[in-house]
Design a protein around this ligand. Structure first.
Ligand SMILES: *Cc1c(COP(=O)(O)O)cnc(C)c1O
Length: 382
């Protein structure tokens, strides 16, 4: 099959249609070998599975097709992927990162990355003016974007940021975990690098931790990223790579179902007497809605947050009373999750105390609505 000639849904469903040459298997075998027989003439070939695991080939090829990238690399986690993108920079490089972003990565940037000599500046990445003010031509190497961004679902304009970055000699990297390649193609909008926590939508079944980077071009920088993976060793196991490829076959169906239900829930909750605010890019009243409508195709994602009337106590009491929703961290799985984000992130969190983060799965939306409605009412009456 020519990868370029089918639509992305088809490429994902068939995992590019690759057939195993040895067995004609449609579901690929799982190569478990750590080492590989060398050619008698000692010609360069596959040698060792830390940097040349054949289990990655089909997966990375599919990621390239879905993200329209040239090169891809899978990692042992989203954090391993994201930190590799920063570790491939050089001491003294200036990077611009969002004030609102995935919590663990922001912590790492504020602590470890600065110890290693990166100059990290946190700005409101949804404001083009703030980025322009922060950019130091010749010194800024990377602008990190997350859109929609955890846990407020702040939207940033990837095309506008990439233009500013390129004019100033910097790269743009986008954590596209929440948008997924179903809804947004950052590389086509001008970004240089896309990152995914594959733990979330790409795998989609809450049974795997994995990450990925996709690059628009091969480059010295990309080779350093690959070297970080090989040398630091944050590599995905063969079975996990196989699971991730299997999960991606249903990516489009899962994301489309989550988007549909999230929109219905956002509508229902924005009219709910016990909810103060609904944060969802699909709502016309949401600050980033116009940019999201332009940048995201086919939906606004499966993530939303609500601010519960009655503050922290009411929010925690609501999360305590759900049954269908599962009280757990993470997102992007087939089952819906609810979380009081400020408790997880601690005192420096940007999450208001009354905020509950909702990851919408693929269940019947009426079950999700009824369960949350009952929990909100029971919490108010408690
Ligand atoms: C979960 C997540 C990460 C980190 O990925 P892990 O797979 O948990 O290491 C990074 N960014 C976003 C947006 C996430 O949701």
């Amino acid at each position: 099959m020519d990868d370029k000639q089918v639509m992305p849904e088809t490429a994902a469903a068939q995992a590019l249609g690759w057939i195993d040459g040895a067995t004609q298997a449609i579901a690929p075998p799982i190569p478990m070998s750590s080492t590989f027989l060398r050619d008698a003439g000692n010609a360069p070939g596959r040698s060792y599975a830390r940097d040349q695991n054949p289990a990655y080939e089909q997966l990375e090829a599919l990621l390239c097709v879905l993200e329209k990238g040239r090169e891809a690399a899978v990692f042992a986690s989203g954090m391993a992927a994201a930190t590799a993108a920063f570790m491939a920079l050089k001491p003294g490089n200036h990077v611009i990162a969002p004030k609102v972003m995935y919590w663990a990565l922001r912590n790492w940037l504020a602590t470890t990355a600065t110890l290693w000599g990166l100059q990290v500046e946190f700005v409101d990445i949804s404001s083009v003016d703030e980025i322009k003010r922060a950019l130091r031509p010749g010194k800024t190497r990377l602008i990190w974007v997350e859109t929609p961004a955890n846990p407020l679902w702040t939207i940033s304009d990837i095309a506008a940021i990439a233009e500013i970055a390129h004019a100033g000699g910097a790269m743009t990297a986008v954590d596209s975990t929440v948008a997924t390649p179903v809804l947004t193609r950052p590389l086509a909008l001008g970004a240089d690098l896309v990152m995914h926590s594959a733990t979330k939508y790409l795998n989609g079944h809450s049974d795997l931790v994995a990450g990925a980077l996709v690059a628009k071009e091969d480059s010295d920088y990309w080779q350093r990223v690959k070297a970080v993976r090989a040398n630091v060793g944050g590599i995905l196991g063969s079975f996990e790579a196989w699971l991730m490829l299997r999960g991606m076959r249903t990516l489009f169906l899962r994301v489309q179902a989550a988007c549909r239900s999230a929109e219905v829930l956002a509508q229902f909750l924005s009219e709910h007497a016990l909810v103060d605010a609904v944060l969802y890019p699909g709502l016309p009243t949401f600050p980033g809605h116009a940019v999201a409508a332009n940048q995201m195709q086919g939906g606004f994602g499966g993530m939303l947050s609500i601010r519960v009337k009655g503050g922290e106590r009411a929010a925690i009491a609501t999360a305590a009373r759900v049954n269908v929703w599962k009280r757990a961290t993470s997102l992007g799985g087939v089952e819906s999750l609810i979380e009081h984000r400020a408790s997880v992130e601690g005192p420096e969190s940007v999450a208001p105390l009354d905020l509950l983060r909702l990851s919408v799965g693929i269940e019947n939306v009426d079950d999700l609505i009824d369960d949350l409605d009952e929990a909100l009412i029971a919490a108010r009456n408690a």
